[in-house]
Design a protein around this ligand. Structure first.
Ligand code: ADP
Length: 467
Protein backbone atom coordinates (compact mmCIF):
# COMPACT_ATOMS: atom_id res chain seq x y z
CA UNK A 1 0.00 0.00 0.00
CA UNK A 2 2.87 2.34 0.90
CA UNK A 3 4.57 1.47 -2.41
CA UNK A 4 1.38 2.15 -4.33
CA UNK A 5 0.89 5.52 -2.62
CA UNK A 6 4.55 6.36 -3.29
CA UNK A 7 4.15 5.59 -7.01
CA UNK A 8 1.00 7.74 -7.28
CA UNK A 9 2.70 10.67 -5.55
CA UNK A 10 5.86 10.29 -7.65
CA UNK A 11 3.78 10.26 -10.82
CA UNK A 12 1.91 13.39 -9.74
CA UNK A 13 5.21 15.12 -8.87
CA UNK A 14 6.85 14.20 -12.20
CA UNK A 15 3.90 15.32 -14.30
CA UNK A 16 2.86 18.39 -12.32
CA UNK A 17 6.19 19.72 -11.13
CA UNK A 18 9.23 18.40 -13.01
CA UNK A 19 7.79 18.23 -16.52
CA UNK A 20 5.15 20.93 -16.18
CA UNK A 21 7.25 23.58 -18.01
CA UNK A 22 8.13 21.25 -20.88
CA UNK A 23 4.58 19.97 -21.21
CA UNK A 24 3.15 23.51 -21.13
CA UNK A 25 5.62 24.72 -23.81
CA UNK A 26 4.97 21.73 -26.06
CA UNK A 27 1.21 22.22 -25.74
CA UNK A 28 1.66 25.91 -26.73
CA UNK A 29 3.87 24.96 -29.74
CA UNK A 30 1.36 22.43 -31.00
CA UNK A 31 -1.42 25.04 -30.56
CA UNK A 32 0.55 27.50 -32.70
CA UNK A 33 1.13 24.87 -35.39
CA UNK A 34 -2.58 24.06 -35.35
CA UNK A 35 -3.39 27.78 -35.86
CA UNK A 36 -0.95 27.79 -38.81
CA UNK A 37 -2.72 24.84 -40.40
CA UNK A 38 -6.09 26.51 -40.05
CA UNK A 39 -4.82 29.83 -41.44
CA UNK A 40 -3.40 28.00 -44.47
CA UNK A 41 -6.82 26.46 -45.10
CA UNK A 42 -8.56 29.88 -44.74
CA UNK A 43 -6.42 31.38 -47.54
CA UNK A 44 -8.71 29.69 -50.07
CA UNK A 45 -11.36 32.33 -49.19
CA UNK A 46 -9.28 35.57 -49.01
CA UNK A 47 -12.29 37.81 -48.24
CA UNK A 48 -13.02 36.22 -44.87
CA UNK A 49 -9.38 35.45 -44.06
CA UNK A 50 -8.77 38.49 -41.82
CA UNK A 51 -11.89 38.12 -39.71
CA UNK A 52 -11.26 34.41 -39.21
CA UNK A 53 -7.63 35.09 -38.30
CA UNK A 54 -8.79 37.71 -35.77
CA UNK A 55 -11.15 35.22 -34.16
CA UNK A 56 -8.40 32.59 -33.95
CA UNK A 57 -5.98 35.10 -32.45
CA UNK A 58 -8.49 36.13 -29.80
CA UNK A 59 -9.48 32.61 -28.84
CA UNK A 60 -5.87 31.38 -28.50
CA UNK A 61 -4.33 34.64 -27.21
CA UNK A 62 -1.81 34.97 -30.06
CA UNK A 63 -0.66 37.77 -32.42
CA UNK A 64 -0.73 37.25 -36.16
CA UNK A 65 0.80 39.46 -38.89
CA UNK A 66 0.36 38.57 -42.56
CA UNK A 67 2.29 39.95 -45.58
CA UNK A 68 1.73 39.45 -49.28
CA UNK A 69 4.85 39.45 -51.51
CA UNK A 70 4.40 40.79 -55.04
CA UNK A 71 7.62 40.93 -57.06
CA UNK A 72 9.59 41.09 -53.78
CA UNK A 73 7.48 43.99 -52.50
CA UNK A 74 5.91 43.18 -49.16
CA UNK A 75 2.51 44.61 -48.28
CA UNK A 76 0.86 44.00 -44.93
CA UNK A 77 -2.44 42.13 -45.37
CA UNK A 78 -3.62 42.30 -41.75
CA UNK A 79 -2.39 42.29 -38.20
CA UNK A 80 -4.12 40.80 -35.11
CA UNK A 81 -2.90 41.67 -31.65
CA UNK A 82 -4.19 39.45 -28.86
CA UNK A 83 -1.08 38.03 -27.11
CA UNK A 84 0.45 39.31 -23.93
CA UNK A 85 4.16 40.19 -24.14
CA UNK A 86 3.95 40.29 -27.94
CA UNK A 87 7.27 40.18 -29.79
CA UNK A 88 6.31 40.62 -33.42
CA UNK A 89 4.48 43.92 -32.91
CA UNK A 90 7.65 45.35 -31.35
CA UNK A 91 9.95 44.26 -34.22
CA UNK A 92 10.98 46.42 -37.18
CA UNK A 93 9.15 45.71 -40.46
CA UNK A 94 12.50 44.84 -42.05
CA UNK A 95 13.12 42.23 -39.39
CA UNK A 96 9.67 40.72 -39.96
CA UNK A 97 10.09 40.62 -43.73
CA UNK A 98 13.49 38.97 -43.33
CA UNK A 99 11.61 36.01 -41.81
CA UNK A 100 10.24 35.34 -45.31
CA UNK A 101 13.72 34.43 -46.59
CA UNK A 102 14.61 32.46 -43.47
CA UNK A 103 11.33 30.45 -43.69
CA UNK A 104 11.81 29.91 -47.42
CA UNK A 105 15.34 28.60 -46.77
CA UNK A 106 13.88 26.30 -44.13
CA UNK A 107 11.28 24.71 -46.45
CA UNK A 108 8.51 27.26 -45.97
CA UNK A 109 8.22 27.32 -42.18
CA UNK A 110 10.32 28.40 -39.24
CA UNK A 111 9.96 28.16 -35.50
CA UNK A 112 12.07 30.40 -33.26
CA UNK A 113 12.06 31.67 -29.67
CA UNK A 114 12.47 35.19 -28.34
CA UNK A 115 13.19 36.27 -24.81
CA UNK A 116 13.27 39.72 -23.28
CA UNK A 117 16.73 41.14 -22.72
CA UNK A 118 16.44 43.46 -19.70
CA UNK A 119 19.80 45.18 -20.41
CA UNK A 120 19.03 45.97 -24.03
CA UNK A 121 15.37 46.53 -23.19
CA UNK A 122 14.14 44.56 -26.15
CA UNK A 123 13.33 41.07 -27.38
CA UNK A 124 16.28 39.00 -28.61
CA UNK A 125 16.35 35.79 -30.59
CA UNK A 126 17.41 32.86 -28.39
CA UNK A 127 18.29 29.25 -28.97
CA UNK A 128 17.60 28.18 -25.38
CA UNK A 129 14.14 26.97 -24.72
CA UNK A 130 12.58 28.00 -21.43
CA UNK A 131 9.29 29.27 -20.09
CA UNK A 132 8.62 32.98 -20.04
CA UNK A 133 9.60 33.06 -23.75
CA UNK A 134 7.68 33.93 -26.88
CA UNK A 135 7.27 31.46 -29.70
CA UNK A 136 7.36 32.95 -33.19
CA UNK A 137 6.22 30.73 -36.01
CA UNK A 138 6.50 31.95 -39.62
CA UNK A 139 5.21 30.09 -42.62
CA UNK A 140 4.64 30.77 -46.32
CA UNK A 141 1.51 29.97 -48.34
CA UNK A 142 1.03 30.67 -52.11
CA UNK A 143 -2.01 32.75 -53.06
CA UNK A 144 -4.20 32.23 -56.16
CA UNK A 145 -1.81 34.24 -58.35
CA UNK A 146 1.22 32.30 -57.15
CA UNK A 147 2.52 35.07 -54.87
CA UNK A 148 3.90 34.26 -51.42
CA UNK A 149 1.88 35.09 -48.31
CA UNK A 150 3.88 35.19 -45.09
CA UNK A 151 2.07 34.55 -41.81
CA UNK A 152 3.87 35.22 -38.55
CA UNK A 153 2.25 33.87 -35.39
CA UNK A 154 3.41 34.85 -31.94
CA UNK A 155 2.41 33.07 -28.72
CA UNK A 156 3.62 33.71 -25.21
CA UNK A 157 4.61 30.77 -23.01
CA UNK A 158 3.77 31.91 -19.51
CA UNK A 159 6.33 31.07 -16.79
CA UNK A 160 5.27 28.12 -14.63
CA UNK A 161 7.46 28.79 -11.59
CA UNK A 162 4.66 30.22 -9.45
CA UNK A 163 2.27 27.48 -10.61
CA UNK A 164 4.89 24.88 -9.67
CA UNK A 165 5.20 26.44 -6.22
CA UNK A 166 1.42 26.22 -5.78
CA UNK A 167 1.37 22.65 -7.05
CA UNK A 168 4.24 21.73 -4.73
CA UNK A 169 2.20 22.99 -1.82
CA UNK A 170 -0.87 21.06 -3.01
CA UNK A 171 1.25 17.97 -3.52
CA UNK A 172 2.42 18.04 0.10
CA UNK A 173 -1.23 18.18 1.24
CA UNK A 174 -2.15 15.36 -1.17
CA UNK A 175 0.82 13.26 0.00
CA UNK A 176 -0.07 13.59 3.68
CA UNK A 177 -3.75 12.81 2.96
CA UNK A 178 -2.89 9.84 0.74
CA UNK A 179 -0.42 8.34 3.23
CA UNK A 180 -2.90 8.72 6.11
CA UNK A 181 -5.71 7.21 4.04
CA UNK A 182 -3.51 4.36 2.86
CA UNK A 183 -2.50 3.54 6.44
CA UNK A 184 -6.17 3.53 7.52
CA UNK A 185 -7.18 1.49 4.48
CA UNK A 186 -4.35 -0.99 5.08
CA UNK A 187 -5.41 -1.44 8.69
CA UNK A 188 -9.06 -1.97 7.72
CA UNK A 189 -8.20 -4.38 4.88
CA UNK A 190 -5.69 -6.40 6.86
CA UNK A 191 -8.04 -6.77 9.80
CA UNK A 192 -10.99 -7.74 7.58
CA UNK A 193 -8.87 -10.26 5.63
CA UNK A 194 -6.78 -11.77 8.40
CA UNK A 195 -9.33 -11.87 11.21
CA UNK A 196 -11.66 -14.41 9.55
CA UNK A 197 -8.64 -16.49 8.44
CA UNK A 198 -7.31 -16.55 11.98
CA UNK A 199 -10.72 -17.66 13.26
CA UNK A 200 -11.04 -20.34 10.58
CA UNK A 201 -7.52 -21.52 11.40
CA UNK A 202 -8.41 -21.89 15.08
CA UNK A 203 -11.52 -23.92 14.18
CA UNK A 204 -9.48 -26.07 11.75
CA UNK A 205 -7.10 -26.89 14.62
CA UNK A 206 -10.09 -27.96 16.74
CA UNK A 207 -11.26 -30.14 13.86
CA UNK A 208 -7.81 -31.70 13.61
CA UNK A 209 -8.09 -32.57 17.29
CA UNK A 210 -11.29 -34.51 16.60
CA UNK A 211 -13.98 -31.93 17.35
CA UNK A 212 -16.24 -32.44 14.34
CA UNK A 213 -18.69 -29.82 15.63
CA UNK A 214 -16.13 -27.02 15.33
CA UNK A 215 -17.94 -23.97 13.96
CA UNK A 216 -16.36 -22.29 10.95
CA UNK A 217 -17.36 -18.67 10.77
CA UNK A 218 -16.70 -17.01 7.43
CA UNK A 219 -16.60 -13.29 7.73
CA UNK A 220 -17.00 -10.22 5.70
CA UNK A 221 -15.88 -11.42 2.27
CA UNK A 222 -16.83 -14.14 -0.18
CA UNK A 223 -13.61 -16.19 -0.26
CA UNK A 224 -13.52 -16.57 3.54
CA UNK A 225 -17.21 -17.43 3.48
CA UNK A 226 -16.59 -20.12 0.83
CA UNK A 227 -13.57 -21.47 2.71
CA UNK A 228 -15.57 -21.81 5.90
CA UNK A 229 -18.45 -23.47 4.03
CA UNK A 230 -16.01 -25.97 2.50
CA UNK A 231 -14.46 -26.69 5.88
CA UNK A 232 -17.90 -27.07 7.48
CA UNK A 233 -18.76 -29.57 4.74
CA UNK A 234 -15.42 -31.38 5.27
CA UNK A 235 -16.12 -31.52 9.01
CA UNK A 236 -19.58 -33.02 8.42
CA UNK A 237 -18.11 -35.57 5.98
CA UNK A 238 -15.40 -36.46 8.49
CA UNK A 239 -17.96 -36.91 11.20
CA UNK A 240 -20.04 -39.12 8.86
CA UNK A 241 -16.98 -41.26 8.09
CA UNK A 242 -16.20 -41.44 11.78
CA UNK A 243 -19.79 -42.56 12.47
CA UNK A 244 -19.55 -45.21 9.75
CA UNK A 245 -16.26 -46.39 11.18
CA UNK A 246 -17.71 -46.81 14.67
CA UNK A 247 -20.81 -48.50 13.20
CA UNK A 248 -18.56 -50.84 11.24
CA UNK A 249 -16.60 -51.76 14.35
CA UNK A 250 -19.83 -52.23 16.32
CA UNK A 251 -21.37 -54.39 13.58
CA UNK A 252 -18.34 -56.53 12.94
CA UNK A 253 -17.62 -57.11 16.62
CA UNK A 254 -21.28 -58.03 17.11
CA UNK A 255 -21.29 -60.37 14.10
CA UNK A 256 -18.01 -61.99 15.09
CA UNK A 257 -18.96 -62.31 18.74
CA UNK A 258 -21.99 -64.55 18.06
CA UNK A 259 -20.13 -67.36 16.28
CA UNK A 260 -17.15 -66.98 18.66
CA UNK A 261 -19.46 -67.40 21.69
CA UNK A 262 -21.03 -70.44 20.08
CA UNK A 263 -17.65 -71.99 19.25
CA UNK A 264 -16.24 -71.35 22.74
CA UNK A 265 -19.47 -72.55 24.42
CA UNK A 266 -19.71 -75.79 22.48
CA UNK A 267 -15.96 -76.49 22.73
CA UNK A 268 -16.08 -76.04 26.54
CA UNK A 269 -19.22 -78.18 26.71
CA UNK A 270 -17.51 -80.97 24.78
CA UNK A 271 -14.38 -80.69 26.94
CA UNK A 272 -16.13 -80.54 30.34
CA UNK A 273 -19.12 -82.84 29.98
CA UNK A 274 -18.89 -86.43 29.17
CA UNK A 275 -21.31 -87.53 26.51
CA UNK A 276 -21.39 -84.07 24.88
CA UNK A 277 -18.50 -84.88 22.62
CA UNK A 278 -20.88 -85.72 19.79
CA UNK A 279 -20.54 -85.31 16.01
CA UNK A 280 -23.57 -82.91 16.10
CA UNK A 281 -21.82 -80.54 18.50
CA UNK A 282 -18.61 -80.75 16.45
CA UNK A 283 -20.68 -79.93 13.34
CA UNK A 284 -22.08 -76.81 15.10
CA UNK A 285 -18.54 -75.67 15.87
CA UNK A 286 -17.48 -76.31 12.25
CA UNK A 287 -20.59 -74.45 10.90
CA UNK A 288 -19.98 -71.44 13.13
CA UNK A 289 -16.29 -71.34 12.14
CA UNK A 290 -17.34 -71.49 8.46
CA UNK A 291 -19.84 -68.67 8.97
CA UNK A 292 -17.16 -66.58 10.62
CA UNK A 293 -14.77 -67.29 7.74
CA UNK A 294 -17.35 -66.22 5.19
CA UNK A 295 -18.14 -63.08 7.19
CA UNK A 296 -14.45 -62.16 7.38
CA UNK A 297 -14.09 -62.89 3.64
CA UNK A 298 -17.08 -60.65 2.87
CA UNK A 299 -15.61 -57.88 5.00
CA UNK A 300 -12.26 -58.16 3.25
CA UNK A 301 -13.92 -58.16 -0.16
CA UNK A 302 -16.03 -55.09 0.54
CA UNK A 303 -13.11 -53.19 1.96
CA UNK A 304 -11.07 -54.04 -1.15
CA UNK A 305 -13.92 -52.86 -3.37
CA UNK A 306 -14.40 -49.68 -1.36
CA UNK A 307 -10.71 -48.80 -1.20
CA UNK A 308 -10.40 -49.07 -4.96
CA UNK A 309 -7.81 -51.87 -4.65
CA UNK A 310 -9.96 -54.27 -6.66
CA UNK A 311 -9.52 -53.84 -10.42
CA UNK A 312 -11.66 -55.24 -13.24
CA UNK A 313 -9.80 -57.93 -15.17
CA UNK A 314 -11.54 -57.81 -18.55
CA UNK A 315 -11.44 -60.83 -20.87
CA UNK A 316 -13.57 -62.21 -23.67
CA UNK A 317 -15.37 -65.45 -22.84
CA UNK A 318 -18.63 -67.35 -23.11
CA UNK A 319 -20.62 -66.18 -20.10
CA UNK A 320 -23.50 -68.63 -20.62
CA UNK A 321 -21.08 -71.53 -20.36
CA UNK A 322 -19.37 -70.00 -17.31
CA UNK A 323 -22.72 -69.56 -15.51
CA UNK A 324 -23.81 -73.09 -16.44
CA UNK A 325 -20.59 -74.47 -14.92
CA UNK A 326 -21.00 -72.45 -11.69
CA UNK A 327 -24.63 -73.49 -11.27
CA UNK A 328 -23.65 -77.11 -11.87
CA UNK A 329 -21.34 -76.91 -8.85
CA UNK A 330 -24.28 -75.68 -6.74
CA UNK A 331 -26.60 -78.44 -7.89
CA UNK A 332 -25.00 -81.01 -5.65
CA UNK A 333 -25.69 -79.02 -2.45
CA UNK A 334 -29.17 -78.16 -3.65
CA UNK A 335 -30.16 -81.76 -4.39
CA UNK A 336 -28.88 -82.83 -0.99
CA UNK A 337 -31.16 -80.30 0.79
CA UNK A 338 -34.08 -80.81 -1.60
CA UNK A 339 -33.68 -77.46 -3.41
CA UNK A 340 -34.35 -77.07 -7.12
CA UNK A 341 -32.02 -74.70 -8.97
CA UNK A 342 -32.82 -74.20 -12.69
CA UNK A 343 -30.85 -72.29 -15.28
CA UNK A 344 -32.77 -71.09 -18.37
CA UNK A 345 -30.87 -69.72 -21.37
CA UNK A 346 -32.00 -69.68 -24.99
CA UNK A 347 -28.59 -68.86 -26.50
CA UNK A 348 -24.90 -68.90 -25.73
CA UNK A 349 -23.49 -65.36 -25.33
CA UNK A 350 -19.86 -64.27 -25.54
CA UNK A 351 -19.06 -61.11 -23.59
CA UNK A 352 -16.08 -58.98 -22.59
CA UNK A 353 -16.05 -58.52 -18.83
CA UNK A 354 -14.45 -59.74 -15.58
CA UNK A 355 -15.30 -63.43 -15.30
CA UNK A 356 -14.72 -63.81 -11.54
CA UNK A 357 -16.57 -60.64 -10.56
CA UNK A 358 -19.73 -61.24 -12.58
CA UNK A 359 -20.07 -64.90 -11.52
CA UNK A 360 -19.38 -63.88 -7.89
CA UNK A 361 -22.20 -61.29 -8.10
CA UNK A 362 -24.61 -63.78 -9.64
CA UNK A 363 -23.79 -66.51 -7.10
CA UNK A 364 -24.36 -64.03 -4.24
CA UNK A 365 -27.89 -63.52 -5.58
CA UNK A 366 -28.39 -67.29 -6.03
CA UNK A 367 -27.22 -67.82 -2.46
CA UNK A 368 -29.73 -65.28 -1.14
CA UNK A 369 -32.52 -66.72 -3.27
CA UNK A 370 -31.84 -70.22 -1.91
CA UNK A 371 -31.88 -68.80 1.59
CA UNK A 372 -35.11 -66.87 1.22
CA UNK A 373 -37.09 -68.93 -1.29
CA UNK A 374 -40.49 -70.35 -0.35
CA UNK A 375 -41.73 -73.81 0.46
CA UNK A 376 -41.39 -75.05 -3.12
CA UNK A 377 -37.63 -74.63 -2.58
CA UNK A 378 -37.24 -73.53 -6.19
CA UNK A 379 -34.89 -70.91 -7.60
CA UNK A 380 -34.75 -70.04 -11.29
CA UNK A 381 -31.81 -68.28 -12.95
CA UNK A 382 -32.91 -66.83 -16.31
CA UNK A 383 -30.64 -65.40 -19.00
CA UNK A 384 -32.21 -62.86 -21.37
CA UNK A 385 -30.70 -60.76 -24.10
CA UNK A 386 -32.53 -57.60 -25.18
CA UNK A 387 -32.04 -54.24 -26.85
CA UNK A 388 -32.66 -51.35 -24.45
CA UNK A 389 -32.97 -48.69 -27.16
CA UNK A 390 -29.26 -47.93 -27.17
CA UNK A 391 -27.35 -51.16 -26.62
CA UNK A 392 -27.59 -54.92 -26.54
CA UNK A 393 -27.90 -55.97 -22.91
CA UNK A 394 -27.47 -59.35 -21.23
CA UNK A 395 -29.49 -59.81 -18.07
CA UNK A 396 -29.50 -62.58 -15.47
CA UNK A 397 -32.59 -62.71 -13.26
CA UNK A 398 -32.62 -64.79 -10.08
CA UNK A 399 -36.22 -65.64 -9.26
CA UNK A 400 -37.38 -67.06 -5.93
CA UNK A 401 -40.79 -67.81 -4.46
CA UNK A 402 -40.07 -66.45 -0.98
CA UNK A 403 -41.82 -63.86 1.15
CA UNK A 404 -40.46 -61.01 -0.92
CA UNK A 405 -39.30 -57.69 0.45
CA UNK A 406 -41.57 -54.84 1.64
CA UNK A 407 -41.49 -51.98 -0.88
CA UNK A 408 -40.19 -49.41 1.62
CA UNK A 409 -37.18 -51.63 2.39
CA UNK A 410 -36.17 -52.12 -1.26
CA UNK A 411 -33.84 -49.11 -1.55
CA UNK A 412 -32.11 -50.03 1.72
CA UNK A 413 -31.15 -53.64 1.10
CA UNK A 414 -28.12 -52.62 -0.99
CA UNK A 415 -26.60 -50.78 1.98
CA UNK A 416 -23.81 -52.37 3.96
CA UNK A 417 -24.95 -54.36 7.00
CA UNK A 418 -28.61 -53.80 6.20
CA UNK A 419 -30.85 -56.74 7.01
CA UNK A 420 -34.62 -56.77 6.72
CA UNK A 421 -36.07 -57.69 10.12
CA UNK A 422 -37.79 -60.99 9.52
CA UNK A 423 -38.77 -64.03 11.47
CA UNK A 424 -37.02 -66.10 8.77
CA UNK A 425 -34.56 -68.30 10.54
CA UNK A 426 -31.55 -67.89 8.31
CA UNK A 427 -31.86 -64.21 7.56
CA UNK A 428 -30.45 -63.43 10.98
CA UNK A 429 -27.34 -65.37 10.09
CA UNK A 430 -26.33 -63.32 7.03
CA UNK A 431 -23.64 -60.66 7.22
CA UNK A 432 -25.77 -58.00 5.54
CA UNK A 433 -22.90 -57.47 3.11
CA UNK A 434 -23.94 -59.75 0.23
CA UNK A 435 -26.04 -57.28 -1.80
CA UNK A 436 -23.66 -54.43 -1.08
CA UNK A 437 -20.87 -56.57 -2.59
CA UNK A 438 -23.08 -57.35 -5.63
CA UNK A 439 -23.75 -53.66 -6.16
CA UNK A 440 -20.07 -52.74 -5.91
CA UNK A 441 -18.92 -55.61 -8.16
CA UNK A 442 -21.42 -54.61 -10.86
CA UNK A 443 -20.43 -50.93 -10.66
CA UNK A 444 -16.76 -51.91 -10.96
CA UNK A 445 -17.33 -53.86 -14.18
CA UNK A 446 -19.65 -51.21 -15.61
CA UNK A 447 -22.83 -53.21 -15.15
CA UNK A 448 -26.05 -52.67 -13.23
CA UNK A 449 -28.16 -54.53 -10.69
CA UNK A 450 -31.65 -54.24 -9.27
CA UNK A 451 -34.62 -55.98 -7.73
CA UNK A 452 -38.34 -56.46 -8.35
CA UNK A 453 -40.16 -57.59 -5.27
CA UNK A 454 -43.20 -57.04 -3.14
CA UNK A 455 -44.31 -58.50 0.14
CA UNK A 456 -45.56 -62.07 -0.29
CA UNK A 457 -44.76 -62.41 -4.01
CA UNK A 458 -41.16 -63.60 -4.09
CA UNK A 459 -38.28 -61.58 -5.48
CA UNK A 460 -36.50 -61.17 -8.78
CA UNK A 461 -32.94 -59.94 -8.28
CA UNK A 462 -31.14 -59.12 -11.53
CA UNK A 463 -27.75 -58.11 -12.83
CA UNK A 464 -26.97 -56.95 -16.35
CA UNK A 465 -24.09 -55.89 -18.57
CA UNK A 466 -23.78 -54.43 -22.05
CA UNK A 467 -22.87 -57.05 -24.61
P1 ADP B 1 -27.55 -61.04 4.09
O1 ADP B 1 -26.22 -61.60 4.32
O2 ADP B 1 -28.27 -60.68 5.35
O3 ADP B 1 -28.40 -61.88 3.18
P2 ADP B 1 -27.59 -59.20 1.93
O4 ADP B 1 -26.93 -57.91 1.74
O5 ADP B 1 -27.34 -60.26 0.96
O6 ADP B 1 -27.28 -59.68 3.38
O7 ADP B 1 -29.14 -58.94 1.98
C1 ADP B 1 -29.66 -57.86 2.71
C2 ADP B 1 -31.08 -58.14 3.12
O8 ADP B 1 -31.93 -58.20 1.96
C3 ADP B 1 -31.24 -59.50 3.76
O9 ADP B 1 -31.04 -59.40 5.15
C4 ADP B 1 -32.66 -59.87 3.43
O10 ADP B 1 -33.53 -59.37 4.40
C5 ADP B 1 -32.94 -59.16 2.12
N1 ADP B 1 -32.88 -60.10 0.99
C6 ADP B 1 -31.85 -60.35 0.19
N2 ADP B 1 -32.16 -61.25 -0.78
C7 ADP B 1 -33.45 -61.58 -0.57
C8 ADP B 1 -34.39 -62.45 -1.23
N3 ADP B 1 -34.04 -63.17 -2.29
N4 ADP B 1 -35.64 -62.51 -0.74
C9 ADP B 1 -36.01 -61.78 0.33
N5 ADP B 1 -35.18 -60.95 0.99
C10 ADP B 1 -33.92 -60.84 0.55
Amino acid sequence: MAGFTGIVILLLWLLQVVFLGTIHRNVRISEVKDIARRLASYTEAPITLESKAQKLANSKSVCIIAYRFDKNRATEMFSCDAAENCVIHSLEKGELISMHDKAKANGGKLLCYYSYDNEKNKYELTSEVSDGQSIVYSFIVKDARGNDMLFIINAYVAPVASTVRTLNYLLIIISITMITLSVILTLILSSSITKPITKINASAKELANGNYNAAFEGGSYREAEELSETLTYAASELSRVEKLRSELIANTTHDLRTPLTMITGYAELMRDLEGENTPENAAIIADEAKRMTSLVNDMLEISKLENGVAKANIEQFNLTEAVTAEIEKYQEFCRKDGYILRFEASESVVVKTDRTKITRALLNLVNNALTYTGTDKTVIVRQERYFNGEKDVLRYSVIDSGEGIPEDKLPLIWDRYYKVDSPHKRSAQGSGLGLSIVNKLMTLIGGRCGVLSSNGNGSIFWIEIDV
